[in-house]
Design a protein around this ligand. Sequence first.
Ligand code: NAD
Length: 268
Amino acid sequence: MAHNESRNVREAIKSQPLRGQRALVLGVANDQSIAYGCARIFRLLGADIALTYLNEKARPHVEPLARELGASILAPCDVAKNGELEAVFAQIKDRWGGLDIALHSIAFAPKDDLQGRLVDSSSEGFKVAMDISCHSFIRMARLAEPLMANGGTLLAMSYQGANKVVPNYNLMGPVKAALESAMRYLAYELGEKHIRVHAVSPGPLKTRAASGIKEFDVLLSQALQRAPIGELVDIDDVGLTTAYLTTPFARRLTGTVTYVDGGLSIMG
Ligand code: NAD
């Protein structure tokens, strides 16, 4: 970030536009996770944070980050396990009584299906990818709705492979397309309750999920060469834009897909 840009960001952070907001962040695996970048910025902007971890194996990686963020809630959540997402929301209701922001930064596809051609994908693999990466966002919205009596913001992480063919993104392309479409229908259905719903679509970032995509390094180097801004995005960049969507500055926006990719997606 250029010097002036960094100073402007620091000034904006000081104004703490999310003070008093309660934010649930699903999808922190480690300090490279996009979800962690978002939670960190939400916190810097004044929000209270609830974090989840996938399972006991993931817990030691997430617990120190929860501590660093002063998270009020830290709970296990595998969205594929019956009742775990519901238990997170029950805890939020008990502890906070309501919720303002819920971020879904979760994706999964079985390795063989992810790394093979879409045309060869298994019905089971497609179903699992769709359930964890898309339908769990819908379930999250359903559970958040009664806790967002004064409105709120629901957010999901998408990728350009939803709309354009990105070699090696394979079955995640149609899954992210479904996620973006679901986001628009949720925005329509929940708009009258002032619950705004958005997708954020980052350019490629080196994370654990990304390491499952074949030749991911090629995507990174192409992004670097082709993005008009000429730099890769980092998780703080994604966090800042995601946070903006939750602020009153974006109060009349809903149903959008916002690219945080240095302009990569405008290139032919
Ligand atoms: P990451 O590996 O840090 O995060 C993925 C998260 O999904 C992990 O925390 C993992 O525990 C969680 N997850 C997987 N299965 C789950 C389940 N059953 N229940 C609950 N959680 C589960 O990687 P990331 O890149 O930060 O991914 C976050 C989101 O960003 C994903 O939706 C991904 O598709 C999207 N995204 C990533 C990139 C990129 O280049 N890294 C680009 C665009 C969009």
